[in-house]
Design a protein around this ligand. Structure first.
Ligand code: CA
Length: 505
């Protein structure tokens, strides 16, 4: 991979016009990784539903009302090349927990009702027998707790297992798609309740004799998932002067009110850790589960204010904006502070092997299963990290939102290159993300050898996936955009298999 991937200053210039990153942020060391083995930390994963790459102040949106998360970032490291394994909730979360690419375990979309799951070629819940992060941590002496959205099973399905079946010692699961959390009064307070529940659990664990045991808390905050329903009180600071005296708050005000509440609750949880003396030996990881929502979901035009930063694509797209999300890590004395890592190519599938190793014992072959996650500890500790294997994505459905966000069905990333393709080869889009993070200049015709190699690798992976239906609009390109070639490359032969008559050209 290029040592100079896309310059962060450029990214920030696109997002906000000026850099909010510290100018003296330490670069990644080029020394070989020598992973230290500190005392196993507590692990707090803050999973922010549908938060976009560009939504936080510390990720370039200068006016974002996110002071607490920005402070967390200042005390830790931001990773600018972090991916989730799917552009939607359930498969992304399944990958985080199991370290598997979700298509391999038949989690292709959100869990809904059993009939729809069947149509989607999915089970009704994530297989509890698969190795997963919580069970692995529990076997290393951790106490494991889940709070908020789970969405790894259909609540409508008979016999659906809860988080306890996966190794968690306690769970305070909230509604996944509907129910009380989608009512205005409850939804505005949901994150506050989850933070209260998390702190209360840590306290009750202490009094129950687990004060010495390390813990893992998976806290999933719902504020940024549609419909955004901040309370009047949460909205008040964001309803701006309006000369027409129109009484309704606009989408930006609604979005910012929800974002500010989420940030305040994160701040309250982190302050609660400090009060309990837990701030120093807790690794906090804050990330999103997929890119921001689009405008064509009912009641969600305010959610569509969410920003992908400079990237093309949103939720349900395999372009960067759907799958590249913010990751912040803080662990005082171990994870460098005020650092931006725009080199390490990381994925949520790396959490399982990395966190199990941090917990005191590297993942066994059985615990890894067929997962392809890599040990990201060097990146965490500020050292150089070179990914060995590729990252794969499959999306069997159409893409909501702009026609230009409609991605092919498959994608592979290796080093600086990303190839998006349909299995038939009728769309082949090669991007050099070190120069073109916007995915605008398709290099497929000018770099046919790279296309051939990556497409062969992608097809091999795809051939091994479980069969299952998708939707007819999967991989279709509603508009012939962007231009298929770079200027001057028009004479190059079209990539093998390209057929402009297919897939909605
Ligand atoms: Ca989500």
């Amino acid at each position: 991979m290029s040592r100079r991937a896309w310059p962060l200053a450029l990214l920030i210039a696109v997002v906000s016009g000026e850099s909010v990153y510290p100018q003296d942020a330490a670069p990644a060391s080029s020394e070989p990784a020598a992973v230290s083995t500190p005392t196993p930390p507590n692990l707090l994963i803050l999973l922010i539903d549908d938060l976009g790459f560009g939504d936080l102040g510390c990720f370039g949106r200068a006016e974002a009302p996110t002071p607490h998360i920005d402070q967390l970032a200042a005390e830790g490291t931001r990773f600018a090349q972090f991916y989730v394994a799917a552009p939607e909730c359930s498969p992304s979360r399944a990958a985080l927990l199991t370290g598997r690419f979700p298509a391999e375990i038949r989690i292709h979309r959100a869990f809904v009702d059993p009939a729809a799951n069947r149509q989607r070629g999915m089970p009704d819940w994530l297989d509890p027998e698969l190795p997963n992060l919580a069970r692995g941590l529990a076997s290393r002496g951790y106490r494991c707790h889940q709070f908020g959205k789970w969405h790894l099973g259909s609540v409508e399905a008979k016999g659906v297992p809860g988080p306890e079946a996966y190794g968690f010692h306690s769970a305070q699961r909230s509604a996944d798609l509907s129910g009380p959390l989608n009512q205005r009064a409850q939804r505005a307070e949901a994150s506050a309740q989850l933070v209260d529940a998390c702190l209360a659990t840590l306290d009750s664990e202490r009094s129950a004799g687990f004060a010495q045991a390390p813990w893992f808390a998976l806290v999933s905050l719902p504020d940024m998932h549609h419909p955004l329903l901040p309370s009047e009180e949460q909205l008040a600071p964001f309803v701006r002067y309006d000369p027409r005296q129109i009484p309704w708050p606009g989408p930006q005000a609604i979005f910012d009110a929800a974002l500010a509440n989420m940030d305040q609750q994160v701040g309250r949880l982190l302050a609660g850790l400090e009060e309990r003396g837990l701030g120093q030996n807790t690794l906090v990881l804050l990330l999103s589960d997929n890119g921001p929502e689009t405008s064509d979901v009912a009641l969600a035009n305010h959610a569509a204010v969410g920003s992908t930063g400079p990237f093309r694509g949103r939720k349900t797209s395999l372009y960067e904006g759907g799958i590249r999300v913010p990751l912040i890590a803080r662990w005082p004395g171990h994870v460098p502070a005020s650092r931006v890592d725009d080199q390490a190519l990381l994925s949520a599938i790396d959490f399982l092997p990395s966190l199990l190793a941090l917990a005191g014992r590297e993942a066994s072959a059985e615990e890894r299963g067929a997962g392809r996650g890599e040990d990201l500890r060097p990146a965490l500790f500020g050292q150089a990290f070179e990914r060995q294997g590729p990252l794969f994505w499959e999306w069997r459905y159409g893409t909501r939102g702009l026609p230009s966000d409609a991605s092919p069905r498959l994608a592979i990333r290796r080093g600086r290159l990303k190839l998006l393709a349909n299995p038939s080869g009728n769309r082949l889009e090669l991007f050099d993300l070190s120069k073109d993070p916007y995915e605008l200049d398709n290099l497929a015709r000018s770099e046919p050898e790279a296309v051939q190699a990556l497409f062969a690798e992608l097809k091999r992976w795809h051939a091994g996936l479980p069969a299952g239906a998708g939707s007819p609009d999967a991989g279709k390109r509603p508009l012939p955009w962007p231009k298929p070639t770079l200027p001057g490359a028009a004479k190059a032969a079209p990539p093998q298999g390209e057929n402009p008559s297919e897939d909605g050209h």
